[in-house]
Write a protein that binds this ligand. Structure first.
Ligand SMILES: CC(C)(COP(=O)(O)OP(=O)(O)OC[C@H]1O[C@@H](n2cnc3c(N)ncnc32)[C@H](O)[C@@H]1OP(=O)(O)O)[C@@H](O)C(=O)NCCC(=O)NCCS
Length: 178
């Protein structure tokens, strides 16, 4: 996941602004039953960038998201609470395998099962499409995300030394065989 910074990193912005109209109020419970999913559209990218910048020290650029949305083997799923984009997952289906490229949840909506629900949607899609495996890379320091993947059955496949070109951090390769 996120192997290279293919576009210029952007400045990290804080996300502690007040909720906008139609947002869930801060701290309101969000369960899987009230989360909607739909494909991400180019018009969503502005919201997505807010989540991206708040989630990664070296965020993808807006241009890179637009590029991903044009790739024919790519799928981008948005999680919504009401009208509000609160998370997303981007993955590619290539040669019978799914590779997850990006996953993030808005800081205000974390630890409520949003990422798990997004990953379950990927697993469901993999089964429908007959994909036998889901792969991803995760920073060695990102133990929270690793716990999330393990909780869904992903297993460690090895370490990719210096995988992240931005700061040279190692990645853990993980996979789920279906
Ligand atoms: C990693 C991330 C996507 C998790 O999103 P989330 O919606 O908060 O995750 P969930 O609520 O679905 O968590 C499910 C389980 O994963 C594990 N988990 C998730 N975040 C965790 C954290 N920060 N620390 C420890 N365990 C964590 C827990 O087991 C959790 O279950 P629990 O809350 O019942 O204990 C989110 O923290 C994020 O966007 N982080 C920044 C971007 C990122 O690291 N993306 C992944 C790149 S590989």
């Amino acid at each position: 996941m996120r192997p290279d910074i293919k576009a210029k990193p952007e400045t990290v912005e804080s996300s502690d602004e007040e909720p906008r109209e139609n947002e869930c109020p801060r701290g309101s419970p969000v369960s899987e039953t009230v989360i909607d999913f739909r494909p991400m559209l180019p018009s969503d990218v502005e919201w997505v960038m807010e989540i991206e910048r708040a989630s990664f020290p070296y965020p993808w650029s807006q241009a890179f998201f637009y590029q991903e949305l044009k790739v024919s083997c790519a799928r981008a799923v948005l999680a919504l609470a009401g009208q509000r984009a609160i998370g997303y997952v981007i993955y590619w289906l290539v040669s019978g395998e799914i590779d997850i490229h990006n996953l993030a949840v808005h800081p205000r909506y974390r630890r409520r099962g949003v990422a798990r629900a997004l990953l379950r949607s990927v697993i469901g899609d993999a089964k429908v499409r007959g994909a036998g495996r889901i792969t991803l890379e995760v920073r060695k320091s990102n133990t929270g995300a690793q716990d999330l993947y393990r909780s869904l059955g992903f297993a460690e496949q090895g370490v990719r030394k210096g995988y992240y070109s931005d700061d040279g951090e190692d990645a853990l390769a993980m996979a789920l065989d279906l």
